[in-house]
Design a protein around this ligand. Sequence first.
Ligand SMILES: [Fe+2]
Ligand SMILES: [Fe+2]
Length: 220
Amino acid sequence: MASGLTRGKDVISFLDKAVLQFDRALQTLVPHAATASRHSPANAVDDVTLTREEQKHASGLMRINHTGEVCAQALYAGQATTAKLEAVRQEMEHAADEEIDHLVWCEQRLYELNSKPSVFNPLFYGASFVIGAGAGLISDKLSLGFVAATEDQVCVHLQKHMAALPEHDAKSKAVLTQMHIDEAKHKEMALDAGGYEFPRPVMSIMTQVSKVMTTSTYRM
Ligand SMILES: [Fe+2]
Ligand SMILES: [Fe+2]
């Protein structure tokens, strides 16, 4: 009888998690579905008119950053699903909440630039979820190390994009500047929580893999 009750609770907890995951996926992938908890840093900056070429280039870069945030959502969601320690699971969920702000800011900026998110986002969401869940299954230390390594790569990208944006696109730059501050903090949090520091060869493999995402989403 008791084991029947336990099984029943397990099923309910699994269904709860599945519904939450589905909700998070929808919030991430459906345009305008997510709400940021902080105002976009771009709101405080005056708009300037960009040339057609500048607008196209800025859109491409912001679309890459938006997809990066889609991947972050999926990665954290996957890791939270399989994390062994409750504290680690909570840390992943908290970080995912902060990434929602980035997602919304990038999306807002994309629409301001008369563009839209990448058509490949559902694909990248699925792949990142599986990678995150897999890392969480192996160990929390690996999972946290993966977060630190990913955030490190994101910081490098953001720095490159801040330099590559049209010089007077201060709105996009304001968004990326605040994201860079947050991502560096996420990296430190993951290392402080016990994440492995990945060796250089692993980091360069990750750089190669991320190129698939950046080249495909720049245009569409
Ligand atoms: Fe982010
Ligand atoms: Fe982050």
